[in-house]
Design a protein around this ligand. Structure first.
Ligand code: NAP
Length: 497
């Protein structure tokens, strides 16, 4: 179930929010603390969903300014008026007389996830809770495991809400149905943006549309992207859209991870079946697999962890997808073989993405020139790739770009990325008809470089093509099925467009 938690400054504002949020929610939590002109009768008469009535004092994260006895009286009044649930904190629960409403007895820790969640749960149950609620703070992605374990071990006996607050705890709010959680709290939305009553809450729309909350159950398989930062990743959106399209019982989560070596084995144990890996963990990802695919080993970096024949493997779909997108743009060669063979290709940038592309290109027999802002970094990449390619890769300084003859140019820097949308790494006069121009940047969808290239009559490969391509290959490795690429693309376009 999803319960939208509502806080308001006035009774009128709370009434408006109740009407707005009733649509997709199963329940509403009415936070009475903070309402200046409270009229409880009016609020409860207006409800069209079951409600949890809550009134938090300041030391429990609330805004209640009255006395403790007045607070307990108010909760008693809500019970008498027919509220379906009353939330009372563990320390105060003995002081609130029983009534008809179901009693949620809650425990909060705004600083950490304590070690003894089972003992705390026992106290909640012993205090007469119909529903036990534990909301703690995750300092690391690993803290969610304690909450999942608690739900699994104790949630069947006593209805239990257990979650981690904060950015490391977002996954506990989404995945709770996998472990038997009673409900999750969602944020109210204000003009499309989340207005959380506690840190880390998502809106009902995000839970249902982006994370398939209504379809989640204990059999649901876990996938996700490992990175830091991760909040703005589009990967959950497109992979969950793909699972949804093919009716696959799976969930893809954003994992904010500090230490991938600790994270991967622990989440494998709770049922994770595969991961995407992004900055800064692509190198360390190799250590998390029992076997490493040849390309990933050569690159020294993986963006995918997947299971095959009982073993965890590391792969690099960044490389194959970027090269594949360029091959499609160049078209097939009559004589067979890769259309990249012997093509003159400039790669701008020498970071992780450029490295994957350069190695993939030299593998196909292309003649690659690396042009990077920091020349030495570009020269090092060219030297390493050259060792593989028998001399077919060298580096130039950025101001030598105009002297080069090339068939293909690839931007693997962040130049042109939002908000610097009027910047391009390549002067427009260097772009000629029949060239192929590849841009890694996909926000905006159409960068200045891609616009200039179209106007110059070049073929283009925009960043979204690469992004969808690398994700589609991951999807195949995890599920053995072809990814519904158009669905993934539409999901990304809906967000970026
Ligand atoms: P990275 O390791 O941080 O490397 C960034 C590269 O961009 C470096 O070569 C850096 O040059 C260069 N650079 C950054 N700002 C610059 C500027 N103002 N002027 C000139 N050069 C600049 O990042 P990465 O992982 O390789 O990613 C590079 C780009 O690819 C990013 O835009 C990323 O979003 C994109 N990407 C897209 C996809 C996709 O699926 N479409 C996948 C992966 C990455 P220095 O060496 O001089 O610092």
């Amino acid at each position: 179930m999803i319960c939208v938690s509502l806080t308001a400054r006035s009774n009128e504002q709370m009434l408006r929010m109740m009407e707005l949020e009733s649509g997709e929610a199963d329940m509403l939590e009415l936070r009475l603390d903070g309402i200046k002109n409270l009229d409880l009768t009016k609020l409860l008469e207006a409800r069209t969903r079951p409600v949890i009535v809550t009134c938090r004092p300041a030391d429990e994260g609330g805004k209640w300014k009255g006395s403790e006895s007045a607070r307990l009286e108010l909760l008693g009044e809500a019970d008498a008026l027919g509220a379906e649930y009353i939330d009372i904190e563990l320390d105060a629960s003995g002081n609130l007389p029983g009534g008809k409403a179901k009693r949620i007895v809650s425990f909060h820790d705004f600083d950490k996830t304590p070690d003894d969640l089972s003992a705390i749960h026992e106290k909640l149950v012993a205090s007469g809770a119909d529903v036990a609620k534990i909301a703690v703070t995750a300092r690391s992605i690993m803290d969610n495991l304690a909450v999942f374990k608690l739900l699994k071990e104790r949630g069947a006996k006593t209805p239990t809400i257990a979650l981690c607050m904060g950015e490391h705890g977002v996954v506990s709010r989404i995945a709770s149905p996998l472990f038997g959680g009673y409900l999750t709290f969602a944020a109210a939305s204000k003009e499309g943006k989340a207005k959380p009553s506690a840190p880390g809450q998502l809106t009902t729309k995000q839970l249902c549309r982006e994370f398939r909350y209504r379809d989640l159950r204990p059999t649901t398989r876990i996938y996700g992207v490992i990175g830091k930062p991760i909040a703005h990743s589009l990967s959950p959106l497109i992979h969950n859209a793909a699972f949804n399209e093919l009716h696959i019982d799976a969930l893809y989560l954003p994992f904010l991870v500090d230490d991938i070596r600790e994270f991967v084995p622990a989440y494998r144990e709770i049922g994770a079946r595969g991961f995407s890996v992004t900055i800064p963990h692509k190198e360390a990802a190799l250590e998390c697999a029992e076997e490493v695919d040849e390309l990933a080993a050569r690159l020294g970096a993986a963006n995918t962890l997947y299971e095959s024949e009982g073993k965890w493997r590391a792969a690099n779909t960044d490389c194959s997808a970027s090269v594949g997108a360029l091959e499609r743009a160049l078209g097939t060669k009559k004589s067979g073989g890769s259309p990249l063979a012997n093509k003159n290709i400039v790669v701008m940038g020498a970071g992780g993405a450029a490295r994957a592309m350069v190695f993939g290109l030299v593998d196909k027999g292309a003649k690659v020139v690396v042009a990077n802002r920091t020349y030495e970094r570009g020269a090092k990449l060219a030297e390493e790739a050259s060792a593989v390619a028998g001399g077919k890769c060298h580096a130039v300084k950025l101001d030598e770009l105009g002297d080069l003859k090339f068939d293909v140019i690839c931007n693997l820097t962040s130049i042109g990325m939002h908000p610097n949308v009027d910047e391009s790494p390549v002067p427009a006069e260097l772009l000629k008809p029949k060239m192929v121009v590849f841009d890694a940047v996909y926000n905006p969808l159409e960068t200045k470089l891609i616009r200039d290239a179209r106007e110059s009559g070049c073929s283009v490969v925009p960043g979204l093509d690469w992004f969808i391509g690398q994700a589609a290959e991951q999807f195949r490795l995890w599920t053995g099925q072809d990814a519904p690429e158009e669905t993934m693309r539409q999901a990304a376009l809906a967000r970026l467009g």
